[in-house]
Ligand binder design. Sequence first.
Ligand code: OXD
Length: 309
Amino acid sequence: MSILFYCNFSNKKQWLNSVKKKFSTNKIFTIKDKPDFLKIEYAIVWNLPDNIMKKLKNVKIIFSLGAGVDHIINLPSYNKTPIVRVKDINMAERMSYHVHSQILTYQLKLYLFQKAQIQKKWLGEQHTKLNRELTIGIIGLGFLGNHVGKYLSNLNYNVIGFKRENKNKESKIKIYTKKNLNKFLNLSDIVVSILPDTEKTKNFINKKFLSLMKKNSFLINIGRGSTLNEQDLLLHLNKNKSFHVSLDVFKIEPLPKKNKFWTHKNVIITPHAAALTDIDSSINHMFKRLKDYKKTGKIKSDVNLIKGY
Ligand code: OXD
């Protein structure tokens, strides 16, 4: 069984070694090995170039080395091969820590102290809200969004969610849908967006959306950069001095040096680092899915190509 491994992570050697160890009875190739691409049956990838995708004519499953699948389905040569994505509890747990850290930075006004320290200013005590006094609105309630929601509920924050349609009425989180986005944004002191990149989510967070948010609220974007209109956000920040954001994802990554977000005083930047893909648990997950496939001959793609995620 031949597997192609490709990623552009800085620790790609570590990934490759772990894949080789776990899938030790298989032939693992990288592009450098110049494999016969027609013999590749499975591909484990992150940001595979389209010219390689084009050559994978007989691939049966594509494994995404992350929760996102936009890097696969947006390739012109992708032709509906079933996709298995990372669905990892460790990733969800780390993402929850990240979101909580950003909430606390805002809630406890730590950003003010950080800035004051640079100017050697002693600000003294500031009034801060208790968890139960804050409503956190989560947009994008998939596996990760739900985990973050539960994590925050357990800490006594009021958590609400937004979905285009609410099919799963059983959720413990109160869900708002398209027709009451206004209400959802009106109630949220903090909005956490975990939206994937799809046709429908492009620039979803735009001028209108921002104008519906509370003037002194906080937006955390850990989904995809494409979901946020960066120009609209910049204008909104410049007009609303008490509006803050924490951005982990951007339209162009790494964020270009000339981008104004770098120096904006109400912007916190993290470098697409909100939820690390855990090597061992992700590879174990892929291994298990492949084993099930070999046993049953069936594989259910994790991606709904109509929804685009
Ligand atoms: C992912 C990511 O999709 O890190 O996993 O962006």
